[in-house]
Design a protein around this ligand. Structure first.
Ligand SMILES: CC(C)(COP(=O)(O)OP(=O)(O)OC[C@H]1O[C@@H](n2cnc3c(N)ncnc32)[C@H](O)[C@@H]1OP(=O)(O)O)[C@@H](O)C(=O)NCCC(=O)NCCS
Length: 213
C-alpha cells in the first residue's frame, strides 16, 4: 500500500510503499517492458520480486511507468525526462525520490548488527559525536550514517569510493532529521544536504548534492 508521499519542495517528491501485496496483486497492476520482465523472472526470491514490483507501483503513482525507466551499465536508474530518480528497497518498504536536483535515497532496517560493522564505515570524526553507551540512539545514528553513505554513493556512482575514508557526516541528533555530509574524492569536495526519518523499524535517508560537479 502507498504509505506516504512527501512533497519536499516544488521539484522534489519522495514516495514510500509498504509492501503488503502478493506477487499476483502487484503483477496485475503494473505495466512492464520486456527487459524488466526478464529481470523479474531471473530474481530468485519472491521478496525481491515484490519489492521490485512495488517500485513500479510507486513510479505509476508519480505519473511515470516502467517504460520510461532505464538503467545504465552501473545499475543506476534514469528516467526518460530530465528528472533525477533514485530507488531503494528493504524487506517491507520501498521508496523512490524524484527531483530536479541530483538526489539519492536509501531505506534500511535498523538492526543491532550495524554495531558490529561500524568500524568499516564510520570515520573517527563521526565516532566523536556518537555515544556508544546509549544503545538505541547509537543504532539509530549508525543506521542514519550508513544510509547517508549509501545515498551519496548512489548519486556519485564512482568506483573506488570508500564509505569510511571519503564520505564524512556532520554531527547530528536524531531529532534534527537533517544534517550535512561531505564527499572528498578524486580531488573534489562535494557537499550534500541530508534528510532522515524513522519509519516503523526502518530509517529513510535522502541526500541532495550541492553544486554541479
Ligand atoms: C548499489 C548500492 C548502492 C545499492 O544499495 P542497497 O542498499 O544494496 O540496495 P537498495 O535497495 O537501497 O538500492 C537498490 C537500488 O539502487 C539502484 N542502484 C543500483 N546500482 C546503482 C548505482 N551504481 N548507482 C545508483 N543507484 C544504483 C537501483 O535502482 C537498485 O534497485 P533496482 O535495481 O531494483 O531498481 C549498493 O549495493 C552498493 O554497491 N553500495 C556500495 C557498497 C560499498 O561501497 N560499501 C562499502 C561498505 S564499507
Amino acid at each position: 500500500m502507498l504509505y506516504k508521499i512527501v512533497q519536499y519542495n516544488p521539484t522534489t517528491k519522495i514516495l514510500i510503499w509498504k509492501i503488503t501485496e502478493s506477487f499476483d496483486e502487484f503483477f496485475s497492476q503494473v505495466i512492464l517492458k520486456e527487459k524488466t520482465l526478464e529481470r523479474l523472472q531471473s530474481m530468485k526470491s519472491e521478496v525481491h520480486q515484490r519489492a521490485f514490483l512495488s517500485v513500479r507501483k510507486l513510479l505509476q503513482e508519480a505519473g511515470h511507468n516502467d517504460l520510461q525507466l532505464h538503467y545504465d551499465e552501473f545499475g543506476k536508474p534514469h528516467l526518460e525526462n530530465e528528472t533525477h530518480i533514485s530507488i531503494t528497497h528493504s524487506f517491507d518498504f520501498s521508496a523512490i525520490i524524484l527531483s530536479d536536483e541530483n538526489v539519492g535515497i536509501d531505506i534500511e532496517l535498523r538492526r543491532e548488527k550495524v554495531i558490529l560493522i561500524a568500524e568499516k564505515f564510520v570515520d573517527e570524526s563521526e565516532f566523536r559525536f556518537l555515544d556508544k553507551e546509549k544503545k538505541e540512539d547509537y543504532v539509530s545514528r549508525l543506521t542514519v550514517i550508513w544510509g547517508i553513505k549509501e545515498a551519496i554513493f548512489k548519486i556519485r556512482n564512482e568506483k573506488g569510493i570508500s564509505f569510511k575514508d571519503h564520505i564524512f557526516v556532520a554531527p547530528f541528533e536524531m531529532k534534527d532529521q537533517k544534517t550535512k555530509a561531505l564527499l572528498t574524492f578524486a580531488n573534489l569536495n562535494i557537499e550534500f544536504d541530508v534528510c532522515f526519518e524513522e519509519i516503523e523499524d526502518y530509517t529513510l535517508v535522502y541526500a541532495f548534492q550541492k553544486g554541479n560537479q
